[in-house]
Write a protein that binds this ligand. Structure first.
Ligand code: AMP
Length: 331
C-alpha cells in the first residue's frame, strides 16, 4: 500500500479486511505487509515532504484494521535495503518491452499529466514491485483483480531469472500465485469509485457525525427524483454500500422500501450510515490505542524481521548469479 495519506473504506474493503482474514485464518499464512514508500517516489519525487507522515498514518490504519504485529510482519519498504538491491539485478534481465507494455504505464502518464513521469524510476516500477514480492519467496500474493497483471509480470521476471541462474541446482525465485481476494469496487459519495483523487472518500478515521454528513450528500438512483418515485437499489451507490456493509435484514428492507417508494432516500442513507458507524467504531477504538512511538517501534521491529528474511533470498540470488566474491569481502 502506498503512503498516500489516511486510508478510506475502499482500501479497507478492497485490501485490508482481506489481509486481516488471511492473518486470522486457522491455516495461518506467514504474512508480510508493507508500506511502499519507495513507490511513492515514482510519482512524488519532486516533493517528498508527505511521505514520512503518511507512512505513519497508513501504519496506524493497518493496525486499526486488525493487523497484528505479533502474527504478521509489518514494515516500511525503504527501511529494508534489499528492496533497493534486487531491483537493480532484476532490471538487468527485464526486457524494456515488458515494461512499456504494462497498461498502467501509459494510463498513469496520461492521468497525472501535471507530473513528469518520463523517468527511469517510473518505467521501472514493475521491477521494483516484482522485487518487493520475490524477496520473500512467497507462495501467494493476495490482491484484487485490478492487480493481477502486475503479479503476472512478476512471474515472468522470476521465470526468466530462474532460466538464467540456479542456486545448488534449484530455482531461487519461485513463481508466486495470485491469491484472488474479493475486492468489491466501493463507490464514493459522488457515485464514482471511492478514491482519494476524486475527493469522494469516507475515511477509516471519520467520526460518526462526519460519516452521517457525507452520507447525506451521497448521490442516489438518478431516476428517483421525488420522494414518491420508485427507485432501484441496484442502480444506486447507497444501495451498493448496503450490499457490502448492511445485514441481510436491512438489505431486504432497503429493496422493499426503495422499490415501493415506502421509504425515502434520507431514511435509507441513515441505515447505511448506521452500518458504517458500526464497522468503524472498533477500528477507531483500536487506532486510538496506539501512540506514534508504539507505531514507530512496530515498524522498526517489522523492518528488522523483513531484512532478515529478505537477506536469505539475496544470499541465494547472489550465489546463483555468481556474485559471491563480494560476500567473501563482507558485503
Ligand atoms: P490505491 O491506494 O488506490 O492504490 O489502493 C490500494 C488498495 O485499495 C488496492 O488494493 C485497491 O484495489 C484497493 N482500493 C482502492 N480503492 C478502492 C475502492 N473504491 N473499492 C475497492 N477497493 C479499493
Amino acid at each position: 500500500m502506498r503512503p498516500t495519506g489516511k486510508l478510506h473504506l475502499g482500501n479497507y474493503m478492497g485490501a485490508l479486511a482481506n489481509w486481516v482474514k488471511l492473518q486470522d485464518q486457522d491455516a495461518q499464512y506467514d504474512c508480510y505487509f508493507f508500506i511502499a514508500d519507495l513507490h511513492a517516489l515514482t510519482t512524488d519525487y519532486a516533493d517528498t515532504s508527505g511521505i514520512a507522515p503518511n507512512t505513519l498514518e497508513v501504519a496506524l490504519d493497518f493496525l486499526a484494521a486488525g493487523l497484528d504485529p505479533e502474527r504478521s510482519t509489518i514494515f516500511v519498504q525503504s527501511q529494508v535495503k534489499q528492496h533497493y538491491e534486487l531491483p537493480l539485478l532484476l532490471g538487468m534481465i527485464t526486457p524494456l518491452g515488458w515494461l512499456e507494455r504494462v497498461p498502467s504505464y501509459k494510463e498513469m502518464q496520461d492521468n497525472l499529466a501535471t507530473k513528469d513521469l518520463t523517468t527511469y524510476g517510473f518505467l521501472g516500477y514493475p521491477v521494483l514491485m516484482a522485487s518487493d514480492i520475490l524477496l520473500y519467496q512467497p507462495q501467494f500474493v493476495p490482491v484484487g483483480q485490478d492487480q493481477q497483471a502486475h503479479v503476472e509480470l512478476t512471474r515472468e521476471i522470476a521465470r526468466r531469472f530462474n532460466q538464467f541462474y540456479k542456486f545448488d541446482g534449484r530455482e531461487v525465485l519461485p513463481e508466486p500465485k495470485v491469491l484472488l481476494t474479493p475486492s468489491p469496487k466501493l463507490p464514493g459519495t459522488d457515485g464514482r469509485k471511492m478514491s482519494k483523487s476524486y475527493g469522494n472518500t469516507i475515511q477509516m478515521t471519520d467520526a460518526e457525525a462526519v460519516v452521517r454528513q457525507k452520507l447525506k450528500t451521497m448521490v442516489t438512483d438518478p431516476a428517483r427524483v421525488r420522494r414518491t418515485d420508485k427507485g432501484d437499489p441496484d442502480k444506486c451507490p447507497v444501495g451498493d454500500l448496503h450490499k457490502v456493509f448492511s445485514t441481510a435484514e436491512t438489505l431486504a428492507k432497503v429493496y422493499d422500501g426503495c422499490r415501493s417508494a415506502g421509504i425515502g432516500c434520507i431514511e435509507c442513507k441513515g441505515w447505511a450510515a448506521d452500518a458504517l458507524v458500526q464497522i468503524l467504531q472498533p477500528i477507531q477504538e483500536r487506532r486510538a490505542s496506539y501512540s506514534t512511538a508504539m507505531v514507530k517501534e512496530i515498524l522498526k521491529d517489522g523492518s528488522r524481521r523483513a531484512r532478515t528474511r529478505a537477506e536469505q533470498t539475496m544470499h541465494e540470488v547472489h550465489s546463483a548469479m555468481q556474485l559471491t566474491l563480494t560476500d567473501e569481502v563482507g558485503r
